[in-house]
Design a protein around this ligand. Sequence first.
Ligand code: RP5
Length: 171
Amino acid sequence: MTDRKTATDAPPLVGIVMGSRSDWETMQNAAQRLEALGVPHEVRVVSAHRTPDVLFDYAASAQSRGLRAIIAGAGGAAHLPGMLAAKTAVPVLGVPVQSKALNGMDSLLSIVQMPAGIPVATFAIGNAGASNAALFAAAMLAPEHPGIGEALAAFRQKQTDDVSSNDDPRQ
Ligand code: RP5
């Protein structure tokens, strides 16, 4: 598989996958966050339903290709994160994409309700979940990648400073 859309020229440490191109509007929040933190990553559309063989290949090669986390977003009957987790030991961070029919509740329950034995770390529905999955992946990588840890600490400090310096909601 070729590497695409990495934050740097380094091999990707995080894979961002999604069930459809239509999920990109949500999942770009994860990519933007990883990019800002300098986390090498790749982005792919991998559908559990439409390209199941690609899903299996992606999961089978994830660890040997150096991925340390997979952020998987899907909507509706969102089997992608769970199926990836079933086929790789690389930690899977699931992002429920907000569906039109049920506002993402279907996606959330499909991802979060894994039977005991195959965990998927599940995040909030939509943009917040995608962004937080990226921050979580960065936190996982930080102990072995000090530069990522420093970028994450700086992001959190700026977030704190932004609230503290603008704490009167009337202004
Ligand atoms: C899921 O079906 C995808 O993750 C997406 O959220 C949803 C709808 O896909 P499209 O019909 O827009 O391709 O597999």
